[in-house]
Design a protein around this ligand. Sequence first.
Ligand code: 5RP
Length: 231
Amino acid sequence: MTSTSSQSPSQDELKTLVGQAALQYVPQGEIIGVGTGSTVNKFIDALAGIKDRIKGAVSSSNASTERLQALGIPVLDCNAVGELAVYIDGADEIDRHGCMIKGGGAALTREKIVAAQSRRFICIADESKLVDALGRFPVPVEVIPMAAQRLVRQFAAMGGKAAIRMKDGQALRTDNGQQILDVSGLRIKDALAFESEVNQWPGVVTVGVFAHQRAAVCLLATQRGVQTLTF
Ligand code: 5RP
C-alpha cells in the first residue's frame, strides 16, 4: 500500500490517486482499453502525461473518446485492433472475487465489449465501492425500448424493482440508442449465474453485472493509500 498525505483525502482526491496509480499497468508500446466515469477521467488525465508510451486507446464511450482525443491520445476502433493487453475502468460495486456492478454511467455495453477484448481488467475504485455482496447499487441493464415494460415485470418476478433511467424528463438513451433499467432490491448470490440468466432474456442488450468479465486486479483508494487486490 502506498501512503498518502496525513490529512484525510476527499473522494475526488482518492479518485485522482487511484487514476495515477493505474499508470503502472499501462504497457509500453501497446493499445489499451479505457473505461468510462469520473474515476476513469482521472486516469485519462494522468495518461496524457505518458501518452507517447502507448499506441493509442480503445474507448468504451463517446464521453471517454472525447476526453482522450482532447488530450491528444489516439482512439482506435475495436474492429481495427486485436486483443488488448489491459482494460482499465471503474465500477459501481466490486466484491472480494473481482465481480462488479457497472453501468452507473450508462456505458456498460461498450465497457463489456472492450473488457471482453482485453486480457486483464484493472478496476480502479475508491473504498466505498468494495462490498461483501453485490446488489446494494441498483443493477443497470441496457434494454431495447420495446421490451422495457415486459422486462420490468420479469425483474419484479425475481424480487427486483426496475425503473427506466431518466434524463431531462425523458428516458435516457445510451451511446447505442437504447434505454437503461436500474434494478434495485436484487439479491445476487451467484453473480455468474445471474449474469448468464438475465443476458439471455429477449430485449436485454447487456446486464451490468460483470462476473464473466470480472477484474483481475482492483486498485482501491483508501484513506490510508492505494491498496492492490488481486483475484
Ligand atoms: C460507467 C461505469 C463506471 O465505471 C461506474 O459508474 C463508476 O463510475 P465512477 O468512477 O464515476 O464512480 O460503469 O458506465
